[in-house]
Ligand binder design. Structure first.
Ligand SMILES: [Zn+2]
Length: 404
């Protein structure tokens, strides 16, 4: 069978898991039954290939080809969990491609001189417990285990309870230096979450950097009042300040070559016939470099404050999270682009486990072309031919780095 056919056959076995019955994408929250079914699928696939499966103390699963204790391993992988009603490719493509790349290497008759593993990391999207890259943040010690255990989902279930229900020990969560030390190089293959490769007419690209990104909460307070009896001139309406800031954020991002999005808003009291008393809006901002991001957020803050002065409201912006720029290992990146026949190097605005791990081990990412650029939505996709090209590229890189 050709790689393209192998891809489709394997992909079709995973596709039904967590699929919304009404066709509204995939719902695979971390440690949910759908996520656990994906992990069972992975364990089964690894066993069928004679790989050694181990789950670390943070719920990250590794399938090893070679002796994990030999050290300096080349690890590839991604995540199974999804955003609510997301696409099928974000995450699982990296795991499926890892398995198929190993198949290809065996078909080529090469043997690993460094141990190779395919990994499935826990709760990357943060859709259930609100912290992105939960598995790798715990593994690397970037997230305190006590804080993690107390995280709750929208049903009030704590991470500790979810981990217990999944058959793991929540007390074991936390930094795992010996396991991290086994990893000599990390490679994550991921569907592109934009249209850069489509515009460049290239099926596969190499990541150069992850844009710095963060979330800020804008709190605007005014005066709650009657929508019918309060004269327009007498109002102190926080909705106006928030609405203006949403537009200003969009404009400032365009002017600076960054991204700013307000995708979530809370209104108090949220009544049709009341001037609101308070509005909170969450600004997601990203930019090519730290200074541009800082400038963008500062500009949004200034515009909100100016408008608040005119509206008779008060506005404050509080940082909820900030991830600095991630520059992937340039030596590794250049080696990969050369190996892949001059594949384009491109930055991404999305966070990844590779971004977390890159602070600890030489890390690279491969992107597979996404013709529409749509991601975190059911329409996300890649052609089978491009997915097969991704598998071949990953196998070439693994062979170069880990095999003889
Ligand atoms: Zn992802």
């Amino acid at each position: 069978m050709m790689t393209i056919e192998r891809f489709r056959v394997l992909w079709d076995t995973l596709l039904p898991i967590g699929r919304d019955p009404d066709g509204a994408g995939w719902v695979r929250y971390g440690f949910s039954p759908a996520d656990l079914a994906c992990r069972d699928w992975f364990t089964g696939q690894a066993a069928a290939r004679g790989l050694t499966v181990e789950t670390d103390r943070n719920g990250n699963v590794f399938a090893w080809w070679g002796d994990p204790d030999a050290g300096d391993a080349v690890v590839t992988g991604s995540h199974f969990d999804s955003v609510p009603h997301g696409g099928a490719y974000d995450g699982p493509l990296g795991i499926v491609s890892g398995l198929l790349a190993l198949d290809l290497l065996r078909q080529r008759g090469v043997e690993p001189r460094r141990p190779v593993a395919v990994a499935a990391f826990a709760e990357e999207e943060g859709s259930r417990f609100g912290v992105a890259c939960l598995g790798t943040r715990l593994l690397t010690g970037a997230l305190d285990p006590d804080t993690a255990r107390a995280l709750t989902d929208s049903d009030g279930v704590t991470l500790a309870e979810a981990v217990t229900a999944a058959g793991h020990d929540p007390e074991a969560l936390g930094a795992d230096p010996p396991r991290l030390a086994r990893i000599g190089t990390f490679l994550e293959l991921h569907i592109e979450q934009g249209r850069a490769l489509a515009d460049l007419d290239a099926p596969v690209g190499v990541a150069s950097a992850i844009w710095p990104h963060g979330r800020w909460r804008l709190d605007v307070t005014g005066e709650g009042n009657h929508a019918g009896t309060t004269r327009m001139a007498d109002r102190r309406d926080p909705m106006l300040t928030a609405a203006y800031t949403v537009l200003a954020a969009n404009k400032e991002a365009r002017l600076r070559g960054g991204h700013a999005t307000v995708g979530r808003i809370e209104v108090t009291p949220n009544a049709t016939n009341a001037v609101p008393a308070a509005v909170s809006a969450w600004v997601d901002a990203r930019a090519p470099d730290d200074a541009t991001l800082q400038g963008l957020v500062e500009a949004i803050r200034v515009r909100a404050a100016e408008r608040a002065g005119r509206d008779g409201t008060s506005a404050t912006m509080t940082a909820e999270s900030l991830t600095p720029v991630v520059e992937f290992d340039t030596g590794l990146r250049d080696r990969l682009t050369a190996l892949l026949g001059g594949a384009p190097a491109l930055p991404t605005g999305a966070g990844h486990d590779a971004g977390v791990l890159s602070g600890h081990v030489p890390t690279a990412m491969l992107f597979v072309r996404n013709p529409t650029g749509v991601s975190h939505a059911p329409a996300e996709g890649a052609s089978d031919a491009d997915c097969a090209a991704g598998v071949t590229a990953l196998a070439d890189v693994l062979q170069e780095l880990a095999c003889r």
